[in-house]
Ligand binder design. Structure first.
Ligand code: 13P
Ligand code: SF4
Length: 334
């Protein structure tokens, strides 16, 4: 039961930690509750495979935003990180948006505090402000157009060559877009703590062991890693490449959750996770994405908590750059 007391207790933890009756078949119950409550379960490719398998929709950041904009569900359960829930809430203010654990934040979003960013924007007048979707609602509110890794290049190129642009918060993605478009966008110096950890040396050592393998790299990685890639792209773009390319082996330099869908779609191919530089682990995981568990998803649907809330005044400003991204993407067929 949801009471004032347990909400107070859950609030401290950021998720509903009610004991689950022994013998509960979590998968069956989650699907049953989703059906009865007209809830759609969405998952990013970085959450655990068992959650991806239960979801109604799995995608990259762009596809998840596009899906939220068109859903007829009453409740959106976003199995991903907080900024994804915020984007859904901004697009669908009348719906209940749930994220199973509010501690699932994002180092990139946190690297761009809205007040400091607004001061930066004010210090550089006459610039168009382009922000990666991995930002808080408050940062989006001081943005002209949002992008994801799936459309950043095309959206930047939709502006005239001499347009003065601020790009935030990911300096790696921004640097990559500058290098392939010949732009010189002013970059905020944020980064993703997961993607920055890929080690060029370890990737090259893997390549020496698997000379036929193609290297797939997310553009949040540092420049030297991006430069050895056979394919640079969003999670969805890397998946598509893996499906369509003739290679039998791939070294994958992005969060290792994507290997689940790659292996499912291409059972005959081998996917080798690129390791981080600071441990003996074979793969590189986002600790925030991995906070989303089946138990938290079950409780979140059962108690319809925690909800994601966005200050309506912030949402009113943040929805414009998100809609602008969706409109440009639709025009470009993305
Ligand atoms: P994409 O989903 O756009 O590939 O981005 C990856 C990411 O870091 C999500 O947090
Ligand atoms: Fe954020 Fe990096 Fe995790 Fe993506 S992988 S959610 S950018 S911290």
């Amino acid at each position: 039961m949801k009471t004032e007391q347990n909400i107070a207790k859950w609030t401290e933890k950021g998720y509903a930690d009610e004991p689950i009756p022994e013998g509960t078949d979590l998968r069956t119950e989650i699907r049953r509750m989703a059906r009865e409550k007209n809830a759609v379960i969405m998952a990013h490719y970085y959450v655990d495979g068992e959650i991806q398998d239960l979801a109604d929709f799995v995608g990259d950041s762009l596809a998840l935003a596009q899906q939220a904009a068109r859903t007829s569900a009453d409740i959106i359960v976003m199995c991903g990180v907080h900024f994804m829930g915020e984007t859904n809430k901004i697009l669908c203010p009348e719906k209940k948006v749930l994220v199973p654990d509010l501690n699932a934040t994002c180092s990139l979003a946190e690297s761009c505090e809205a007040g400091a960013f607004e001061a930066f924007v004010k210090a550089h007048p006459n610039h168009t402000v382009i922000s990666y979707v991995n930002t808080t609602a408050a940062t989006k509110a001081v943005t002209d157009v949002v992008v994801t890794s799936g459309n950043a290049r095309q959206i930047v190129e939709s502006f005239p060559k001499d347009e003065k642009i601020i790009f935030a918060p990911d300096q790696n993605l921004g640097g990559y877009i500058n290098s392939i478009t010949g732009r010189s966008m002013l970059l905020w110096n944020g980064a993703c703590h997961v993607h920055e950890k890929f080690s060029l040396e370890k990737i090259l050592a893997l390549k020496a062991e698997h000379p036929e393998a193609k290297i797939l790299v997310h553009p949040e990685c540092k420049g030297p890693v991006v430069r050895v890639a056979d394919k640079v792209g969003s999670t969805a773009a890397l998946l598509k490449f893996a499906i369509q390319d003739d290679a039998r082996e791939f070294i994958v330099a992005t969060e290792s959750g994507i290997l689940h869908e790659m292996q499912k779609r291409c059972p005959e191919k081998t996917f080798i996770p690129a390791p981080p530089n600071d441990s003996t682990c074979a793969c590189n995981e986002c600790n925030y994405m991995k906070l989303i568990t089946l138990e938290k998803l079950y409780n979140c649907l059962k108690y319809e908590w925690p909800t994601v809330e966005v200050d309506p005044a912030v949402a009113e400003r943040a929805v414009r750059p998100i809609n602008r991204m969706l409109e440009i993407s639709a025009q470009l067929g993305l």
